[in-house]
Design a protein around this ligand. Structure first.
Ligand SMILES: NC(=O)C1=CN([C@@H]2O[C@H](COP(=O)(O)OP(=O)(O)OC[C@H]3O[C@@H](n4cnc5c(N)ncnc54)[C@H](OP(=O)(O)O)[C@@H]3O)[C@@H](O)[C@H]2O)C=CC1
Ligand SMILES: O=C(O)C1=N[C@H](C(=O)O)C[C@H](O)C1
Length: 271
């Protein structure tokens, strides 16, 4: 039997990090070989299993990402934009598949990730669930079928610890709607209106963010015209669906050529 690909989880103490550690430990196709945290994080230097309130795993949480990545075939990374840009370079050096779930990446961050993908497989998506990725396809199709008399608004709701807005998912849905319309999202995006904004501009795509409590992630795409509305909605109630998508991407990427991929590629929903 061939060896299972080894996985390092970055940001292991985070909401998604802990979820990912558990899912990799449960997997019969991947093996957890490392856990990385930020220098200064309480977990660094301690046994991962004990940090998570369980039994010893023999994996010591480290802040030496390159050393950990060198022992892995995949890095699963749901951290922060600054951390992810650094990890992209290190994962490429280690020739490990880099699965990026981090959102809030700037255009400059994306350029750096693009450079790293010359040497390694990078799978990046603002949402790793099947439902959301399918919804991007449906959104593109509906937007293509309707003209600009239909106003498009995207509403997202998340827990009160989320630090970026609009969410990565909302931006994926916005990109899909813009693509369906044949326009560039950057040209038509209206974010969080406030004050005397003037009337809504025809053809624009609006984004609105709600933050509260422990909402895992909810997204609505509204197509509104005179007398009627179409509402497409996705509700996530459990973070394991994001983690499972990330594991699927880590496995899928093992035999791919260096380059940038997304979950549509992994799920076989691409063009
Ligand atoms: N694509 C998808 O399907 C999904 C994406 N996300 C995205 O994933 C990201 C993380 O979300 P969430 O888990 O809720 O956030 P958390 O804040 O709970 O976790 C982030 C973790 O990353 C750690 N971290 C930050 N900088 C570094 C670094 N330089 N090296 C190592 N670790 C670092 C943090 O450590 P510390 O606390 O010490 O700073 C923390 O443990 C967000 O961008 C979120 O939007 C979330 C869910 C699904
Ligand atoms: O921060 C989160 O929690 C989530 N982030 C992703 C996003 O920005 O869309 C995915 C999911 O909605 C949860």
């Amino acid at each position: 039997m061939t060896e299972k690909p080894g996985v390092v989880v970055t940001g292991a103490s985070g909401r998604m990090g802990q979820m990912l550690v558990r899912e990799v430990q449960k997997s019969d196709r991947l093996k957890l070989v490392g856990a990385v945290e930020r220098s200064g994080n309480d977990w660094v230097g301690r046994d991962l299993g004990l940090c998570m309130g369980g039994t010893e795993t023999g994996i010591t949480v480290t802040d030496d990402a390159l050393e950990a990545f060198a022992r892995a075939q995949a890095v699963i990374d749901f951290t922060s934009p600054a951390a992810t840009v650094g990890f992209a370079e290190l994962a490429a050096q280690a020739r490990a598949v880099h699965v990026i779930g981090t959102t809030g990446l700037s255009d400059d961050d994306l350029r750096k990730i693009h450079v790293a993908a010359r040497h390694a497989v990078i799978v990046r998506a603002g949402n790793m669930s099947l439902g959301v990725n399918l919804l991007t396809r449906i959104t593109r199709q509906v937007a293509a079928a309707l003209d600009a008399d239909w106003d498009i608004e995207i509403i997202e709701s998340h827990h009160n610890q989320k630090v970026d807005a609009p969410s990565g998912t909302a931006l994926m849905l916005g990109e899909a709607a813009a693509e369906g319309r044949g326009v560039a999202l950057s040209e038509v995006s209206d974010r969080g209106r406030d004050g005397i904004t003037g009337k809504r501009e025809r053809g624009h795509i609006g984004f609105h963010a709600i933050r509260g409590g422990d909402v895992v992630g909810e997204h609505e795409v509204i197509f509104a015209t005179a007398g009627e509305r179409i509402v497409l909605k996705h509700l996530a109630s459990d973070r394991t669906l994001f983690a499972r998508g990330a594991l699927k991407a880590a496995l899928w990427g093992q035999d791919k050529a260096p380059g940038e991929y997304d979950m549509l590629d992994v799920l076989g929903l691409g063009d």
